[in-house]
Design a protein around this ligand. Structure first.
Ligand SMILES: Cc1cc2nc3c(=O)[nH]c(=O)nc-3n(C[C@H](O)[C@H](O)[C@H](O)COP(=O)(O)OP(=O)(O)OC[C@H]3O[C@@H](n4cnc5c(N)ncnc54)[C@H](O)[C@@H]3O)c2cc1C
Ligand code: SF4
Length: 513
């Protein structure tokens, strides 16, 4: 009896649970390029190229191993454009006895899978995705009965459970967390390393032409495409990072620099999210670098925390709280997304750089996402759903399960504190401390008001004034609210008026994609 094994675009791992007991002489692997997945948000062109090219390479790898792959290409004349209708067509073609699939990473796709049995009349077996270090069920056990969820508590349990960076029952190196050491700005003498990028091969070039033709009006440019699209290249990217990036990853994790889009970051999220690398092997490679003395503990612990901690934690939050999580708006934010998010056309140099990098590389590093585009959206009161759809559209690594909690929980505090204990709100002083953007900016970071003042300054105080009822009781916000309490009401009203005038003029600029 033929088994139809469905492999989705972010399930490109040979050890995928849906492939575990595959019989190459009998079974068929179904892979589908469907237009719906490229357009439910209008993804960056590089994201579409990345996924389709990696899928085509993975199908070739399976075929080299003797597996029969039924591969539906985007430009196939009879392609119906959605997973469910393509699965139904494949069932008619192959008449399998059952369908096997690994659970989807995104809620939207999982809902489709749950309809396949009735649409096809076939039994559908949905298997757990073992590629994550914490299953959905494991996270649910951790979360159950806890009043406040904090990543740090979950992370320590994961360290123990997976024996990563441990010496017996204690953290290797003596500390669980070296975050305090990881907040340095980048001195001028420190030059970030050149990064290994991958020239598009013939398969990728063919997909690029297809994407330029079919999705010409999508955000972003293809010229700088350099992502690994095979496991072999992803492993080379990992090795390159461990050697050249990891030793300084911790020190400059929060730094920003004009003209240095990658700094010491790993650039591994796209490969991890597609399944070309496993989170376990990436953490183990980092740990090995520490044990051999090639990287210091603050770098290795900081890096492992991002993957074993944050990555697994946000997935747990997503799956535990969806679908209601998507509609959170604890701060009642309603403004539209300013046009510069789509064009980079703004005088604010820090944001110009972050959006510019996003357009060119489908990448901006974490601090640019959190403290520039995210912080601005928070302070400006952008509607959470608008900024959330933007993050989902613009990055090569954007998948809803990881993007949504980061946006709604971390960046704009739309979940009211489920993810973060306080909003990541910051004025220009923070950006000036962590970057070199302000020195060449048309605005003056030292000025608090007036036409030349850095907008982050008055937006920051206007945000605190507006959200006073919701946030002033938060002990972690006590300091700025004490400062604010000393300001006369007229001064507060003037700040609100200045912030509103600035934001109204921005929204008037239009744009959008
Ligand atoms: C508003 C916002 C949206 C984001 N959207 C996404 C997204 O769509 N997809 C995505 O993979 N990450 C997202 N992140 C998390 C993080 O910014 C990216 O994982 C990281 O910038 C990717 O670049 P890198 O591979 O060079 O990461 P590095 O800085 O080198 O970090 C190493 C790895 O740790 C993991 N990681 C780091 N931070 C986080 C985090 N906060 N949550 C989950 N995993 C993390 C990633 O797998 C990353 O590859 C978002 C963060 C914010 C603030
Ligand atoms: S002055 Fe303000 S707007 Fe300009 S780069 Fe600095 S923080 Fe950004």
């Amino acid at each position: 009896m033929t088994v139809l094994r469905v492999v989705l675009g972010d399930q490109l791992s040979l050890d995928l649970s849906a492939l575990e007991d595959l019989d190459p002489g009998r079974d068929i692997v179904l892979m589908m390029e469907v237009v719906e997945e490229s357009t439910y948000v209008r993804h960056h062109k590089q994201k579409i190229v990345l996924v389709l090219s990696a899928m085509r390479h993975f199908a070739d790898l399976l075929r080299q191993r003797g597996v029969t792959v039924d591969y539906v290409r985007l430009d196939a004349p009879d392609n119906t454009g959605s997973f469910t209708t393509e699965v139904r067509r494949a069932v008619r073609r192959h008449r399998p006895g059952r369908i096997v699939v690994t659970e989807a990473s995104e809620w939207r796709v999982q809902a489709m899978i749950e309809g396949w049995a009735s649409v096809t009349g076939m039994p559908v077996e949905v298997r757990v995705d073992h590629r994550f270090l914490a299953s959905r069920a494991r996270f649910a056990v951790w979360a159950q009965g806890r009043r406040g969820w904090r990543m740090e508590h979950f992370y320590r349990e994961m360290r123990r459970e997976h024996g990563l960076l441990m010496q017996g029952d204690q953290p290797a190196g003596g500390e669980w967390n070296y975050d305090q050491a990881n907040r340095k700005s980048l001195p001028a003498r420190v030059v970030p390393p050149a990064r290994l990028r991958f020239s598009p091969d013939a398969v990728t070039r063919e997909v690029m032409a297809l994407v330029e033709q079919r999705f010409a009006d999508h955000f972003g440019a293809l010229a700088e495409f350099g992502w690994p699209v095979t496991r072999a290249d992803a492993v080379r990217a990992l090795d390159d990072f461990i050697t050249h990036g990891l030793p300084n990853f911790g020190d400059y994790q929060d730094a920003m620099k004009i003209g240095a889009p990658f700094l010491f970051h790993s650039l591994l999220a796209p490969a991890l999210n597609l399944g070309l690398l496993s989170p376990r092997e990436v953490c183990q490679a980092a740990e090995a670098a520490w044990r051999s003395g090639a990287a210091p503990p603050n770098a290795v612990e900081g890096f492992i925390r991002q993957i074993l901690g944050w990555r697994e934690y946000v997935r747990g939050v997503y799956w535990t709280l969806m679908p209601n999580y998507a509609d959170q708006n604890a701060l009642q934010a309603t403004r539209g997304l300013p046009g510069f998010y789509w064009t980079g056309d703004t005088d604010m140099r820090c944001l110009q750089e972050a959006v510019g990098s996003t357009l060119r590389y489908a990448y901006a590093h974490h601090i640019q996402r959190l403290m520039l585009t995210g912080n601005f959206a928070l302070l400006a009161g952008i509607a959470p759903r608008e900024i959330e759809r933007w993050y989902l559209a613009v990055y090569a690594d954007a998948f809803e399960w990881v993007e949504m909690p980061n946006t709604l929980g971390m960046a704009v505090f739309a979940d009211g504190g489920q993810m973060a204990s306080k909003p990541y709100a910051a004025s220009g002083a923070y950006i000036n401390r962590m970057s070199d953007a302000c020195s060449g900016c048309r605005f003056d970071v030292k000025l608090k008001s007036g036409p030349n003042a850095c907008p982050f300054n008055y937006l920051y105080w206007a945000f605190l004034i507006r959200q006073k009822d919701r946030l002033s009781g938060n002990p972690r916000m006590a300091m700025p609210y004490r400062t604010l309490a000393a300001w006369p009401l007229e001064r507060q009203a003037a700040i609100l008026a200045e912030a509103d005038a600035f934001l109204d003029q921005l929204n008037g600029e239009g744009g959008g994609s």
